[in-house]
Design a binder for this molecule. Structure first.
Ligand code: FMN
Length: 226
């Protein structure tokens, strides 16, 4: 199928149909990062073999399974985080919450390798429990990981990290679990856009034993405000 539009139109009069090679790479990137939203941010701390600490945000980031538990993030091109992981294959995914939004963003600066993001952003490096890289003390939760694989396809480098430890501060804990409002995570949109959690709802998970023999109207769980 050929692309329906040769470049991003100002207004869309008919459905957009296109593949990754149909527009300039940058335009397709803008399209995808505006579409797959909101994204969580892994604020990845690493350490070089020489002991230089690094921390940088990655929103190509998510949980990738739970038995055993994995997270993954992707680096476009070879950046300091990736270079460090090739020397010391461990990282901490610090969870980014609204009170750290500006500092997180500041650490995305292309600082030279010998400049410390921790210093520039006035962040406190705290020892991790099971990995060498320091965690960001100011973050409310930290996920320590060991790198199992780095999958490279051209400029995309996907880092698969097996979770070995987590650390969560009491202020985000309520009724036996992490409370989303107390955590207050940053949601990444496209470009320099971000959002905070809005209204929260619950929808019960359906099981066949409860669904069978019922009409859809009765069987389908409804969203309820929390
Ligand atoms: C919110 C946010 C999310 C980002 N996500 C990514 C990402 O997923 N992949 C990537 O390669 N760069 C991403 N960047 C850009 C890197 O953070 C930036 O290139 C940084 O300088 C990399 O640092 P490093 O060289 O210390 O690894 C992101 C930047 C921001 C502000």
């Amino acid at each position: 199928m050929t692309a329906s539009h040769s470049a991003p139109p100002q207004t869309l009069e008919s459905d957009l149909e296109l593949g990754p090679g149909d527009w300039e790479a940058r335009e397709f990137y803008h399209l995808m990062t505006a579409l797959v939203i909101p994204r969580p941010i892994g604020w990845i701390s690493t350490i070089s073999a020489a002991g230089v600490s690094n921390v940088a945000p990655y929103s190509y980031f998510n949980m990738m399974g739970n038995d055993p538990p994995y997270v993954a993030f992707a680096s476009t091109g070879v950046k300091d985080s990736l270079r460090n992981l090739r020397e010391v294959p461990q990282f901490v995914a610090n969870i980014v919450t609204m009170h750290l939004l500006e500092k997180m963003n500041f650490t995305s600066t292309d600082f030279p390798k010998d400049e410390s993001e921790f210093g520039w952003a006035e962040l406190t490096p705290a020892p991790s429990a099971k990995v060498k890289p320091f965690r960001v003390k100011e973050a409310r939760a930290h996920i320590e990981c060991e790198v199992k694989e780095i999958y490279t396809d051209h400029n995309t480098n996907i880092v698969l990290g097996r979770i070995v430890h987590t650390h969560i501060v009491p202020s985000v804990w309520k009724n036996g679990r992490v409370d989303p409002k107390l955590l207050d995570p940053v949601c990444r949109l496209s470009g320099s856009g971000y959002a905070q959690l809005g209204e929260l709802v619950n929808v019960a998970r359906p099981f066949w034993k409860d669904v069978q023999g019922k009409e859809r109207e009765e069987a389908m769980p409804r969203a309820v405000k929390r």
